[in-house]
Design a protein around this ligand. Structure first.
Ligand SMILES: Cc1cc2nc3c(=O)[nH]c(=O)nc-3n(C[C@H](O)[C@H](O)[C@H](O)COP(=O)(O)O)c2cc1C
Ligand code: SF4
Length: 555
């Protein structure tokens, strides 16, 4: 097959919704990097000023401007991978031009290395192999699940296997109902957003349904960039039709006719799985025009990000889809009224959407009652680090954290004790000591000064230097801060320097006061959740590990 020309690549995507990312990927795939000529061709082909396009292109970690570009391996040096030899794997692959990448969402595996369109995992560079997403373990108590309820069924990732295990029954039920009743059912179930912010899903769908303007859009946020989170990957890889069905139910409930799945770049195998599942759903008449014979049209477009944690923030994600520099948007207005192309849009997390079909099938009361201790529903937790059985678990909201750590996941590795865990991936900072006796739900975790967020929990045992762990975390936030607002851009840098021992007062009380002051300013004045959350890391370090700070300042 002959190599496509610039013009052919542009024509392939011009006229399609959200064309910039796939066009840039097409050039990047063809050449391995994006040089001056293609940049100018895309600029004139899609009508984006060249300076603006340059700013957008260079924002993303995975788009290269020169060789070896896409051919160079990328090695995860996220917090957990650093404990498992990530830096050593990176050093071993240096001759091939390998570069570091932030958490690649494989914390339950050995170190991941992204090579072109495949991820390999291995404890050393010599042991790299490709491996599919592991099937989540059932919980030992046989506690009922929602999102993972069907995920272990044979062939579940294919439309045949999915339908054999109850798939698309929820959509059929929804289509028999009035859209308003579907929204009411979701409201009654008390399902809340599982992407981090916990906004009630029914209320979000209602706002989109009632907002003026069309076409309306459903966006599945599959960016999953939070370090320590890998639950959405499991759902997308093993149960892709659940997400497609959830999006279609959301579209019917809100009156949306178009949808996007925004998938993080670091999940190339997932991209292929989703593309296949979307084709299957279209062929089966479950996507497109006259879905399941009803007077209802909904189309889903798959778009691949290009490496930028901030693109998981919904405003940033929408700007990314629109081909703009992906900075968070000022709020209000919110996406429910002014989302994709300034029209009503529901942005929902993978897990939130995958819950909807089960709720339609089994009812609002069923879902509510899955929770414990007065909490409604379930939450996927990605557990990683110094724990015997890392992996994804679906817990009833309200379950005690110790039950998950010790009874479900086997406790710490032999001869060690758990020193601390993170919450919300890294964004919730650390919990330690007596505060590990807490229930997994927002009221419980917020009572300890943290939050559950997207449900990533990293475990650190008594071997770990917590100042170093905090430094790694803050370095990530500093690297990923989009730079739009001053307190976050500068604050994350200043905190990283202090945790590295490179700057700040040598006297402990002054060091603590200064670090707290920076954190307070960031929390109060940052424009988005990244800058507001990052100080949880330093606040919790000061709260739980004052002696380690003393040692850090003395050394
Ligand atoms: C810095 C930052 C990163 C985020 N990353 C993600 C993400 O990767 N996936 C996600 O679903 N939500 C992410 N969110 C939350 C989204 O902005 C949004 O609240 C969510 O997608 C809404 O879906 P839900 O209501 O179903 O949770 C992030 C928020 C912030 C501030
Ligand atoms: S808080 Fe940070 S990431 Fe968020 S908009 Fe401001 S600079 Fe960007």
């Amino acid at each position: 097959m002959s190599t496509p020309t610039d013009q052919e690549l542009i024509e392939r995507w011009r006229g399609e919704p959200a064309p910039l990312l796939p066009t840039l990927h097409a050039f990047h795939d063809r050449d391995g990097y994006i040089s001056e000529g293609p940049l100018r061709a895309v600029s004139s082909g899609l009508g984006i000023p060249v300076a603006e396009l340059f700013g957008t292109l260079t924002f993303y970690h995975h788009f290269s401007r020169q060789p070896p570009g896409r051919l160079a391996p990328r090695v995860c040096t996220g917090n957990i991978c650093c404990l498992k030899g990530g830096r050593e794997v990176l050093a071993a692959l240096k001759e091939e031009g390998a570069t570091a990448m932030p958490c690649a969402g494989r914390c339950d595996d050995p170190v991941p290395v992204l090579r072109e369109h495949q991820v390999f995992v291995g404890a050393t560079a010599a042991a790299l192999q490709s491996r599919p997403s592991p099937v989540p373990r059932p919980n030992p108590g046989g506690i009922e699940e929602c999102v993972f309820a069907g995920i272990r069924a044979p062939g579940r990732a294919t439309i045949g296997g999915y339908r054999d295990s109850g798939g698309y029954e929820g959509l059929v039920r929804a289509l028999e109902m009035d859209p308003v009743a579907v929204v009411e059912l979701i409201e009654e179930s008390k399902l809340a957003g599982r992407g981090g912010a916990g906004f009630p899903t029914g209320l979000k769908w209602k706002a989109v349904a009632e907002a003026p303007g069309a076409p309306k859009t459903i966006v599945c946020n599959a960016d999953e960039g939070e370090p320590g989170c890998f639950k959405d990957r499991a759902v997308l890889d093993l149960d892709p039709h659940a997400v497609i069905e959830g999006m279609t139910i959301a579209a019917y409930a809100t009156g949306a006719t178009r949808g996007f799945i925004y998938l993080r770049y670091e999940y190339p195998e997932t991209c292929a799985i989703l593309a296949r599942a979307l084709d299957e759903a279209r062929e089966a008449g479950l996507l497109g025009d006259k879905i399941a014979g009803a007077d209802f049209t909904f189309k889903i477009y798959l778009r691949r990000g290009a490496g930028a944690y901030i693109c998981g923030e919904e405003g940033s994600l929408l700007n990314s889809l629109e081909g703009k520099r992906p900075l968070p948007r000022n709020r209000p207005p919110f996406p429910v009224t002014h989302g994709y192309e300034d029209l009503p849009t529901a942005v929902n997390n993978v897990e939130t959407l995958a819950s909807a079909p089960q709720i339609l099938r089994r009812g609002a009361a069923w879902y509510q009652n899955l929770g414990q201790n007065g909490q409604a529903g379930t939450k996927l937790i990605s557990l990683s680090g110094d724990i015997q059985l890392p992996g994804n678990y679906e817990v009833p909201l309200g379950l005690n954290l110790q039950t998950l750590l010790y009874d479900w996941a086997g406790g710490p590795v032999s001869g060690r004790s758990i020193q601390a865990v993170t919450m919300a991936g890294l964004s919730g900072g650390f919990l330690a000591g007596a505060d590990l006796d807490v229930t997994l739900d927002e009221p419980g975790i917020r009572g300890k000064g943290s939050f559950l967020g997207a449900g990533g929990i990293m475990v650190f045992d008594d071997r770990r230097d917590m100042v170093e762990m905090a430094h790694n975390a803050m370095e990530f936030f500093a690297e990923e801060s989009c730079g739009k607002c001053f307190p976050c851009r500068i604050g994350t840098q200043r905190l990283t320097e202090r945790l590295a021992g490179e700057a700040g007062p040598a006297e402990e009380a002054q060091w603590i006061e200064e670090v707290r002051d920076i954190g307070r300013t960031m929390m109060a004045t940052s424009a988005c959740g990244l800058g507001m959350a990052a100080p949880h890391v330093t606040e919790s370090l000061i709260k739980y590990f004052p002696q380690q700070i003393t040692r850090h300042l003395e050394s």
